[in-house]
Design a protein around this ligand. Structure first.
Ligand code: T46
Length: 138
């Protein structure tokens, strides 16, 4: 058990034709899905993210290829490898995240609990630590 993330393994419906994974809100995904986005054609060596969310919950699924996620909650950090299309990475709110080491063929899909709202982002690490202190999380 850790305070940074949890992984969710989805059941692949495999047969002679190949694999199929279905995810349902409030069942496989622990929230109602309001938005889906995905990133691909990521420039080699690039690092993305560098922010936390005040309220947003998300599940990240690398549906093709691989990438790594750096996580930080102000007290501890973790590096998570996403390289399995039937595994999701659940991130609650208030977790700093950076995505890196994308393979050239990586497609990182994200299921989100809210519509896009720039006001929900904390894009400065020092501001994030101050925000956690106001929340008395560290
Ligand atoms: C997160 C990580 C895992 C939109 O217009 N709508 C959207 O739903 C999103 C996600 C982004 N955008 C725009 C905002 C920026 O102009 O797309 C551009 C790239 O977004 P950003 O720089 O925030 O992308 P990342 O890869 O740094 O972060 C994204 C998500 O924004 C973020 O919520 O947790 O992926």
């Amino acid at each position: 058990m850790n305070n940074l993330y949890r992984t969710i393994d989805f059941l692949p419906h495999g047969d002679a034709r190949g694999q199929l994974v279905a995810v349902e809100e409030e069942k496989d995904i622990p929230f109602s899905i309001k938005r889906v986005y995905y990133m691909y054609d990521t420039t080699e060596g690039v690092r993305r993210g560098f922010h936390a969310h005040k309220h947003l919950e998300q599940v990240l699924i690398c549906v093709h290829g691989s990438c790594k996620i750096h996580l930080d909650n102000g007290r501890e950090t973790a590096e998570v490898v996403l390289d399995t299309p039937n595994r999701g990475l659940y991130l609650a709110s208030n977790i700093w995240r950076e995505m890196y080491d994308f393979s050239p063929d990586a497609v990182l899909m994200v299921l989100a609990s809210e519509l896009y709202d720039e006001a929900d982002y904390i894009r400065d690490y020092d501001a994030y630590i101050k925000y956690l202190k106001t929340m008395e999380e560290i």
